[in-house]
Design a protein around this ligand. Structure first.
Ligand code: ZN
Length: 432
């Protein structure tokens, strides 16, 4: 077993508490991480950035006919508030979003099976629905074993318009539907939330190749109710393991290790980092991101946001190093994608569980699913891959994001919200 496994496990145990964006607990986690890094002899810096959104402070849903009944709901972050006193509308369960149901939904309060895609969201706004409610959780939840968290609109949805929006437990949605609801009353009160989040940044100076750098990072924030052991305390402790290794084995190339805050609300930490360090956008050779890991059940993977050559390179070196890890191309919903958006090839390490072997973004993301052996193995893998990159005579990967991958990046962020799209839209004459 790796010497890093037990240490990573112990620190992860201490870090396993909810640490949501902009909260005191997130700040506490940042300080704990910084203190740990200092113990290796490095000087980490907490880089602050502002986070802000419209926060639901009161959400209410009542079925008014045929029988009156109230249901527990939460408002969606960044949703539109209702006027004081609330709204009344007909109720409509949209089993499928298609031409027929969109016609039926006009002016109504709509129940959806889950979060709509951006495309469907746009159609719902066009259909002028009065508001919507989406189901959350599973049909086997109980009140005791589940939480109803505060969901949010994705940033790319906002430009299509917004209406009052809510989430409901799936088990309550079932109860509600059994009563054949005809009309509902809903109220949503919103308030601006503003706070500070932090990135923990550590620069490990390189040796004879110091002018070349790679970034290694992962987010340390969690969602509400989650202890964030798997997502992503595990990635955080892997970066710590790497830093401890580097403190004893100085790299030839510079390593910039960044533990990001506020990933869970839309990759805000990595966006803030790239804005604060434009020089990195130019000089970084690649970015290694770690998001989710350490799970006892499951397997490791790496998603490469670059080109086929980079993908094959990783396949090759992982085999050479004796790591059984799935390698595939793609855009991951995590901080690496922000770097790729700035043309820095992203190597995204993650881990997966068997079907229902892990429940991300719930209270069940805790130490129960974590293994010290697996964490140790993942730290060794990170040390190995980072070492191949920092110690190479000539950097082995080209700084290239394929056209297909660029398209996927633009799609991921949504129209008008990516650097990749902005670069493409620049006319050749202003490129100079
Ligand atoms: Zn994550």
């Amino acid at each position: 077993m790796s010497m890093y496994g037990d240490k990573a496990y112990k620190f992860l145990e201490k870090l396993s508490f909810p640490r949501t964006s902009g909260s005191e607990m997130e700040h506490k986690a940042a300080n704990m991480i910084a203190d740990e890094i200092k113990s290796y002899g490095f000087m980490p810096v907490l880089e602050p950035f502002e986070v802000k959104w419209d926060k639901p402070v009161r959400a209410k849903l009542t079925v008014t006919s045929p029988e009156a009944a109230e249901y527990t709901v939460t408002g969606l972050i960044n949703a539109a508030p209702t006027p004081k006193g609330g709204c009344d509308a007909e109720f409509y369960y949209m089993r499928l979003i298609d031409e027929l149901t969109l016609r039926q939904a006009r002016g109504k309060f709509v129940l959806l099976n889950g979060r709509p895609s951006e495309e469907n969201y746009k159609k719902l706004m066009k259909a002028q629905i009065a508001g919507f409610l989406w189901m959350n959780g599973t049909s086997r939840d109980t009140y005791e074993n589940s939480d109803l968290d505060t969901m949010r609109y994705r940033a790319c949805y906002l430009k299509h318009g917004r209406v009052p929006a809510f989430a409901i437990r799936m088990i309550d949605a079932m109860k509600l539907l059994r009563t054949h609801p005809k009309t509902v009353h809903f109220e949503l009160e919103m308030e601006e939330f503003k706070s500070t989040s932090y990135n923990v940044v550590t620069v490990v100076p390189g040796g004879d190749r110091k002018e070349e750098a790679i970034a290694v990072g992962g987010h340390y924030d969690s969602v509400e109710f989650s202890y964030g052991s798997w997502d992503n305390g595990a990635g955080t402790v892997q970066v710590l393991g790497l830093l401890e290794h580097l403190s004893k084995n100085p790299p030839r190339r510079t390593v910039k290790a960044v533990l990001f805050g506020s990933e869970e609300i839309g990759l805000e930490g990595s966006k803030a980092y790239m804005k604060a360090h434009p020089e990195d956008g130019e000089s970084l050779k690649c970015m290694i991101n770690l998001d989710v890991g350490g799970n006892l059940l499951g397997w490791e993977s790496v998603m490469v946001t670059a080109d086929t050559a980079a993908e094959n390179y990783l396949k090759g070196i992982l085999k050479e190093g004796g790591f059984s890890t799935e390698v595939k191309p793609g855009v991951m919903s995590s901080d690496g994608t922000v770097f790729a958006d700035y043309t820095v090839p992203a190597i995204n390490f993650a881990s997966h569980t068997p079907w229902q072997g892990g429940y991300m973004h719930t209270r069940y993301d805790n130490m129960d699913m974590i293994s010290a052996d697996v964490l140790g193995h993942e730290v060794e893998q990170l040390i190995y891959v980072t070492g191949r990159l920092t110690e190479a005579e000539v950097f082995p990967m080209e700084r290239k994001i394929s056209d297909k991958m660029q398209e996927d990046i633009v799609k991921y962020f949504g129209a008008g919200l990516s650097q990749t799209e902005e670069r493409k839209n620049k006319k050749p004459e202003d490129k100079k």
